[in-house]
Design a protein around this ligand. Sequence first.
Ligand code: ADP
Length: 888
Amino acid sequence: MQQYLEFKDQHADALLFFRMGDFYELFFEDAEIAAELLDLTLTSRNRNDENPIPMCGIPYHALRPYVARLMEAGRKVAVCEQLELPEKGIARRQVTRVISPGTNLDEETLAPDRAAYLAAVVEKSGAWGLAVSDFSTGEIRATEIVSDGRLDEELKTIAPTEIVLRPDAPQALRKRVSSLLPHCLISETQAPRRAGSPGRERVAGAGPAASAGGESLASGAGPLAREACEVLRSYASATQGGRIDHLREPVFYDAAAYLQLDASTRRNLELLQAYDGTTRGALVSVLDCCSTGMGKRLLRAWITRPLADAAAIGQRLDAVEVLAGDFSLRSDLRESLRRIGDLERLVGRIGAGSASPRDVTKLADSLAEIDTLRARLADGDSRGREAGAAADASEAGAADLTRETGSTEEALARHARCLDGLAHTRTRIAATLTAEPAAMLGKGAVIRDGFDAEIDRLRAISRDGKGWILAFEAEERARTGIPSLKVGFNRVFGYYIEVTHTHQALVPASYTRKQTIANAERYITPELKVRENEVLGAEERLAARERQLFDALLASLQPDQPSLGRSAGALAALDTLAGLAETAQRRGYVRPEVHEGLELDIEGGRHPVVEARLGSSFVANDTRLGPDSRLLMVITGPNMAGKSTYLRQTALIVLLAHCGCFVPAARARIPLVDRIFTRIGASDNLAAGQSTFMVEMSETAAILHGMTGRSLVVLDEIGRGTSTFDGISIAWAVAEAMLARRVKTLFATHYHELAALEAEHDLAENFSVAVRRYKGSVVFLYRIAEGPTSGSYGIEVARLAGVPEAVIDKARAILARFESGEGIGAAGAGQMSLFGAAARSESRREEEEAEDALGARLAALAPETMTPLEALNFLARLVEEARVGRRR
Ligand code: ADP
């Protein structure tokens, strides 16, 4: 217990898994937490004591799945191993690993297609440094942020699983992080050395990999960003026992250099997750044709962080175009990538020293494949050059900024140049390891025969010893005449001779009995023990020597890390691009023309996700906005007519173009956009204590504050959560604000009154979704047509939804009265309605009088002369009166 407590002391923030024989045990509070999270039975160590110690445990071989569940739950785990089998007394122990959600490297417990980000934040005088690492691949990105709103958005976009703060981090920062990311583990590191070098680093835009990622601004590279990197590295180093060679040089970026998407827009557009929380139905599920986990992760990063730079977008589009147009190159590339697999994480494990022997042979195989791939890309390149030259000639003079002359073949070459098959390394691996090494050290041969004389010698001894034992068994059978005699092995007794009870009489006197089992006795002889020592001794030394040589091999791979990292990064990009090209081909997407002007022109646009569900029955629609006409589309139409789909598809096409993806349209000219805003539906946030209307208005406020003439705003209903007149007034005023700022806006509304905007503003135009009445019902055509809708079709929709015919008929009759101007009173709703209206106007009059009286009393007050007590008394009186009034 003393030993346990010492280790627990050093790892107070982790659940300590304490190895005892074949189990890992947890004690005290750890046991209680683990029992709860892992459904383990809570027992106690010394039942009869006054204060028994709570305890629970798991078999040592089941560690992995349990750790995986704790990572999921945002917990940190320290694994304390037993270093020896104690002859007597207490075994030496050591914490060999600390695993946290952000530093997990285990291939089997990490989701292949999602990165688990580790972030570090430092704060100084109203500015923040932020470093983010996908620890499993070693990638680090960092930036400096000067507004707290931006910090919140960055953290929400990244959604790290673990955040590292310095121990002296301000309390406010801690609070902010934990309320922003309630499921994120907050860890602490020791303050890093202030002075000292920030380590290897690279400024985005400088190297080839930087341009591949499209990061072009280096203004994020301030001292705070560097400090955040240091905090992250020092924490990582502490958890990994210093083995963090796989962490790459940080890439500095500027958060403002990307197209901005706030959290609600990302949610509304269902980029990575549909409303129901699943991936099916999210944009990513339609786009993702990647062959490897690294491609899938990069695709997610691209979707959540669209580019805002035309040249960088153009580079991606060029590559997608080449790959979409060359089936054989694309399928060769995808096939190669499938064989290579998740090289990024493999390289991460090698750098962090946790690679298995099979990981290393896999690395060698991947490196060979990389050479093949590089050659294939160079080949595709030369053919591309001819095609590119022809295309350039035909498109001379085109104003498309993203299409650089001669850039087509360059599109893939820039990635191909980062690929390096590292022939020497490959040869070294092949010479060191057997062709199919054991999965784990100590579980079979790893080092190749002939590589090391000592290993060859030990293997010979072990082999001979085992051969001897087989021969010994045969000899003993013959000598004793016991046909069922056999030699066996277990970890407690070593080698033994087993004789069934029936043959006990034949056992020679030279055998020493060691153990009795159900139907047999087990014996040893001095001769057997001598051989056993030889075999076991040799196997033990063999295992140690194999481990030593394997570690040396891993160490010899460390200088290759930068090159491996570059290759892996390029492969990830190629995989994402090839996947996008595949999607474009399968789904008939086209290359968007992204330009610096303001005109948006989508011909035959489709919603990628709805189309994937409906197939060819999806109805395509155009969208034309700005710059000098039609900035605001007011779209009316009944429920279920396709308004939301149309709004979202426009936002998604613009977003996809900024990601460098082809888009679901017949043709698309897309202006560079700085922000996409969406306000969609009544996103219920009641759990967070805000009413729907409040949420709606705060989202609207955020849009009005943040939008510019380069933004795209998509509004699906505004003002629904309040009374009709309030709602219309707010919606109208918001629409005018959009027009005044010349913001491209799609506005779907059920307030037909807003159609009048068109008459008052040149830049506003009315549209509706076409529907036809047909035999008392309504047929949706899903076509966006000019002009406002002719009616609301609410009754028809109600009928479609199954509201009983009698109610529908009644509603029709009432509507007819309204439309003829007769009012509802005589329509048969009768006295109830009249009474209701009268009562309403009566109570309204009372309310107004009460408000008047209250106003008069407040106006008479002089707060500057009141004592706090007087003010409080006055307030208490008002409250009391109000309550009495309400009871009445
Ligand atoms: P609204 O916003 O007008 O209530 P939605 O956009 O939610 O309507 O569309 C309702 C349903 O209509 C969608 O789920 C989809 O199945 C279908 N739909 C919408 N747009 C189209 C389209 N362009 N082509 C075919 N079906 C569509």
